[in-house]
Ligand binder design. Structure first.
Ligand code: HEC
Ligand code: HEC
Length: 415
């Protein structure tokens, strides 16, 4: 039997232990120069905290391996274009972070915005810089019929699918419609001739061709959803800090570490570039000047009408979702003035590898980006959400150095 005294010791040490454990779990103890509060922020940035991408109820095929495979082949196939020269991969190049390094996308013509890297796009409730599409599959249909991008039309694509992908398409989506009596080219959006051809088709034929087109998008989305960011130096550092591993301090240099401190501290970068993908998936006006002074871009503000009127949205006839599953769309605010010239917060993973920056490549370097944030100029249209802060020349260097620690591999990168 234990004496009263030894029971006391057990009890007291128990209280002490619990106290220490509590202090620990509430993060009251710091490590490697970070306070407990900062460690909570750091922890939220690591890739190991990333949950699987949410299931898209509007795409019933996204987890089908055969759809992934078909989507991958379509992604790289230039036959899906008006002149046989453009594929998704022309702009979304696998060896360049699935973008093209240009200020403005270049397909059959020049676009008005910069090519976005598609890795991680499966986490975005709204796609494009302005969020005018509400799913990855309906997004894919945009460039396919955009005269400046693929410049083709949905009926021509259905013919290509029938000629080259019939068995693979039908294995995933069921029989292709009979196209023999239909024209070569037709679309409700294309050239005047293509639009006339579209109008002459029966309503049933139009619906069937649009369904094939939607299915192309669903296969492309299934493929893009498999693209993943891999660990960066920042992740390895933060993982070590959270484990309180003494080797942590060797994983990031003093300059990079100071940059990280600015990122989560006075720079307030983490208010928008939050979570493991370093984006809040929202839209903000950050006072980026339009690409051409005479051509303002309304950004998010103009996107509401577009996504609501889109025949390929979550509530439309080609969606696999029940209406109650389309929450993002049903609860979208219609007239939010704060959204004037607001653009989607991009992920900062691998950002150092993909200059130029911003929605129309307005900034040539990370140095220019960082200086923009410190200065926080007024917006040409709408109101910038940024607040200026003091950044020394060394701070600029350090913040840029930190952004360089967000680089890791992308997998799978090619076929
Ligand atoms: C001519 C170059 C070009 C081609 C070809 C192209 N894209 Fe894009 N992509 C862009 C540009 C530019 C944007 C941003 C446009 C905007 O916001 O208005 C973009 C945006 C995207 C996005 C949005 C990412 C996000 O985070 O919101 C996805 C996904 C995407 N493209 C996939 C595709 C797929 C799939 C194809 C092939 C069907 C394709 N793209 C063809 C240039 C291109
Ligand atoms: C109010 C939200 C917000 C804050 C705060 C913020 N960002 Fe951004 N960031 C954005 C948005 C939105 C864009 C895209 C803007 C555009 O293209 O018009 C962006 C773009 C960027 C880009 C360019 C990425 C690319 O692919 O083009 C970098 C780099 C960047 N931010 C870094 C930072 C850093 C570093 C900080 C802190 C000093 C910071 N951001 C603070 C919202 C924010």
């Amino acid at each position: 039997m234990k004496s009263a005294k030894s029971w006391m010791i057990v009890l007291i040490s128990g209280v002490l232990l619990t106290g220490a454990a509590l202090a620990d779990s509430f993060g009251m103890k710091g490590f490697d120069g970070w306070s407990a509060e900062e460690m909570t922020l750091l922890s939220s940035m690591r890739l190991s905290e990333l949950a699987p991408a949410p299931v898209d109820p509007s795409n019933g095929y996204e987890s089908s391996p055969a759809a992934v495979d078909l989507g991958q082949r379509i992604f790289f196939d230039r036959r899906f274009s008006g002149n046989g020269t453009v594929s998704c991969a022309s702009c979304h190049q696998p060896d360049r972070q699935f973008q093209d390094g240009r200020p403005l996308g270049l397909g059959m013509g020049t676009g008005t915005r910069r090519t976005m890297p598609v890795v991680g796009a499966g986490y975005s409730p709204f796609l494009f810089w302005d969020g005018r599409k509400d799913s990855l599959w309906s997004q894919a249909l945009g460039p396919l019929e955009d005269p400046a991008e693929h410049g083709g039309n949905r009926l021509a694509y259905a013919h290509v699918l029938k000629a080259y992908y019939r068995a693979d398409y039908e294995a995933v989506f069921g029989p292709l419609p009979d196209l023999a009596l239909l024209p070569k080219e037709a679309s409700p959006l294309g050239t005047p001739e293509q639009r006339t051809a579209w109008r002459t088709m029966s309503e049933d034929a139009r619906r069937e061709v649009s369904r094939v087109f939607a299915n192309m998008g669903k296969a492309l989305a299934a493929y893009q959803k498999t693209l993943q960011f891999r660990e960066s130096k920042m992740d390895r550092y933060v993982d070590a800090v959270i484990r309180r591993d003494e080797r942590a301090s060797r994983l990031l240099g003093p300059s990079e570490k100071n940059g990280l401190r600015i990122f989560i501290g006075k720079g307030q970068c983490i208010t928008c570039h939050s979570g493991p993908l370093l984006t809040d998936q929202h839209f903000h006006n950050t006072g980026i000047a339009p690409y051409a002074a005479g051509r303002p871009d309304p950004g998010r503000r103009a996107a509401f009408a577009m996504v609501m009127n889109d025949e390929f949205n979550c509530l439309g006839g080609f969606s696999s979702a029940r209406p109650e599953q389309c929450e993002e769309l049903r609860f979208l605010a219609s007239d939010d003035r704060a959204m004037e010239a607001a653009f989607k917060t991009p992920s900062l993973r691998n950002v150092a590898l993909r200059a130029p920056y911003m929605h129309a490549g307005q900034m040539p370097s990370l140095d220019a980006v960082v200086r923009h944030y410190a200065k926080a100029p007024e917006a040409a249209a709408g109101h910038s959400e940024l607040n200026p802060f003091v950044l020394s020349e060394l701070d600029v260097r350090d913040l840029v150095a930190f952004l360089g620690t967000l680089t890791g591999d992308v997998e799978p990168s090619r076929r």
